[in-house]
Ligand binder design. Sequence first.
Ligand SMILES: CCCCCCCCCCCCCCCCCCCCCCCC(=O)SCCNC(=O)CCNC(=O)[C@H](O)C(C)(C)COP(=O)(O)OP(=O)(O)OC[C@H]1O[C@@H](n2cnc3c(N)ncnc32)[C@H](O)[C@@H]1OP(=O)(O)O
Ligand SMILES: NC(=O)C1=CN([C@@H]2O[C@H](COP(=O)(O)OP(=O)(O)OC[C@H]3O[C@@H](n4cnc5c(N)ncnc54)[C@H](OP(=O)(O)O)[C@@H]3O)[C@@H](O)[C@H]2O)C=CC1
Length: 515
Amino acid sequence: MSMIAAFYGGKSILITGATGFMGKVLMEKLFRTSPDLKVIYILVRPKAGQTLQQRVFQILNSKLFEKVKEVCPNVHEKIRAIYADLNQNDFGISKEDMQELLSCTNIIFHCAATVRFDDTLRHAVQLNVTATQQLLLMASQMPKLEAFIHISTAFSNCNLKHIDEVIYPCPVEPKKIIDSLEWLDDAIIDEITPKLIGDRPNTYTYTKALGEMVVQQESGNMNIAIIRPSIVGATWQEPFPGWVDNLNGPSGLIIAAGKGFLRAIKATPMAVADLIPVDTVVNLTLAVGWYTAVHRPKSTLVYHCTSGNFNPCNWGKMGFQILATFEKIPLERAFRRPYADFTTNNFTTQYRNAVSHRAPAIIYDFYLRLTGRKPRMTKLMNRLLRTVSMMEYFVNQSWEWSTYNTEMLMSELSPEDQRVFNFDVRQLNWLEYIENYVLGVKKYLLKEDMAGIPEAKQHLKRLRNIHYLFNTALFLIAWRLLIARSQMARNVWFFIVSFCYKFLSYFRASSTLKV
Ligand SMILES: CCCCCCCCCCCCCCCCCCCCCCCC(=O)SCCNC(=O)CCNC(=O)[C@H](O)C(C)(C)COP(=O)(O)OP(=O)(O)OC[C@H]1O[C@@H](n2cnc3c(N)ncnc32)[C@H](O)[C@@H]1OP(=O)(O)O
Ligand SMILES: NC(=O)C1=CN([C@@H]2O[C@H](COP(=O)(O)OP(=O)(O)OC[C@H]3O[C@@H](n4cnc5c(N)ncnc54)[C@H](OP(=O)(O)O)[C@@H]3O)[C@@H](O)[C@H]2O)C=CC1
């Protein structure tokens, strides 16, 4: 019997960010392994014209939850969606709902965050810092609370090369930042943002670091732990391999490469690609929830959920396997044949951006205009290049994360728990994982049918022929223009033509002699 699964039985669990990538997998695993849990409260806001109930209905009816319905048929009764907007004071939660949350919650998993790299400091602080502070304040008023698990990121201290499982201080106190953002106007905030984030690449990593400081400062007597996953990718094993439903991290770029938009990326092939499957993060998170509540460590423990020091894979190997998978299982209606490589310096990156990205987009838009359609490729390409440039920081260097606490926890688990809540990435076969990831992107994210693979392959053949035809035409035009302008080119051309003529005459003569 799994001790962890038994621990969650009968518990009231509060999850923020339950509608997000990680939150959904967390809920799924909880329901599947502890179907006798009492209730999961989720803090949700209406979005994209959907009410809370519609959002929950959509999640429960998705492929991800198919297995849950078998083991926990009354899952919809055990999920209680509470209206909450983490950007508002008291999260905009009604008095009755707040009362229920305060009096019943046993465990909190705080997953909600803005993960955008380009968010304004004001918004990122509001969600990643102030909301965390408010949630801690709420938690401190919960008499039945056993553990508060905060999800951070392994990149919160990416300005360091070696990162320990400790909370590092930021030069300016989070409280001072929160206070000053209240009265500073947006223009001034934009001006001081680069100074505040310092040698971090974006507001996301900076505010996640501030969020950790807040957790440390406001922890009081609560049992708190922080989990720091690296780059969270598709599921490895559970509930099935390759599940992914958003474009964050590598997923968006995998699609861009598969559709033939992305031809080159400035990346260091030997740098460690510290990807971690989302089900591994969820297993560690649940194990940490159990350990924190049951063993009540004296201080706030930080757990690194990373792969690099256990089972490293580099970007070169990953990129190669992504392209190899697209050879076998292409995406539908690709723009060009999937082919990409890594550039290593700014000059080649600029060159490749101009020749392999912008020029084809301009040509395609020209073709769209000619055929009376609205041009869109240049806009899409600019967006893609902007995204790629934001990712460059993470694919051109390696980090070392110490994992003492994670290893300690692994050794504390019973063999059964190690199996049910497996977070040992040493067992992960990268080539298999990446292949399933790419397949998952096709099936679950793009919703493409596997039956369409022969047609997708046929389409790639047509693209290859167009490519050859286009290159030949381009060469002939260039050559014709050169001949018109240069005597030397004319001489070379004359020499080649007469050489071919003589060569053919010689063969014709020798074959006539044989007869
Ligand atoms: C040897 C052979 C070599 C071969 C090479 C082969 C190459 C193959 C591919 C290689 C893959 C390499 C992958 C590298 C990935 C590195 C990831 C590093 C991540 C570090 C993570 C740190 C960990 C974390 O803690 S945070 C979680 C990660 N967070 C994110 O990823 C968020 C990033 N997203 C953003 O910041 C924004 O969405 C942004 C800036 C990317 C886009 O903003 P914008 O305002 O322009 O657009 P949106 O309104 O958000 O969306 C518009 C449009 O774009 C789509 N979209 C959104 N995000 C992405 C994305 N990441 N990639 C692609 N497309 C994206 C979105 O769906 C919208 O589409 P519509 O159709 O318009 O709706
Ligand atoms: N994905 C990754 O690669 C990594 C993620 N992490 C961390 O893991 C956690 C989960 O990330 P992930 O699941 O990928 O992120 P997602 O962007 O998929 O999910 C974010 C969640 O936060 C919720 N949220 C955002 N703003 C609000 C708001 N104002 N009010 C209520 N809810 C809100 C979203 O709700 P809604 O659906 O309404 O938008 C969504 O449920 C985050 O803390 C992130 O920092 C750490 C390392 C890597």
